[in-house]
Design a protein around this ligand. Structure first.
Ligand SMILES: [Zn+2]
Length: 82
C-alpha cells in the first residue's frame, strides 16, 4: 500500500446488488428499457447502481458524515480566499 494514499476499502463497503446481480436493472426486462427510456426499469433495490452499501459502509458513512461536511466547508472556504 502506498503510504500517502488512503486505503482502498471501498470493496468492503459495497457489494453487488443481490436483486439484479449487479446489472442495475429489474430482472425480466432485458433490453426493453433501451428502447423505451422513459419507462424506468431500474432495480428497486439499488436504484440502478448495481450495488448496495454493506452494513459496514452505511455505518461508516453515518459516522463520517459530520467530518466530511466539515471537510467540504473547509475546502469551499479555501476556494473563496483564492
Ligand atoms: Zn439491483
Amino acid at each position: 500500500m502506498q503510504p500517502n494514499q488512503p486505503p482502498s476499502l471501498l470493496a468492503d463497503f459495497k457489494e453487488s446488488c443481490k436483486v439484479c446481480e449487479g446489472s442495475g436493472r429489474k430482472l425480466g426486462y432485458l433490453e426493453i428499457d433501451t428502447l423505451q427510456p422513459h419507462l424506468s426499469q431500474k432495480c428497486f433495490q439499488c436504484q440502478g447502481r448495481g450495488y448496495t452499501l454493506t452494513q459496514l459502509g452505511e455505518d461508516l458513512l453515518e459516522l463520517y458524515r459530520p467530518a466530511i461536511q466539515q471537510w467540504i466547508r473547509e475546502e469551499l472556504a479555501r476556494a473563496d480566499t483564492r
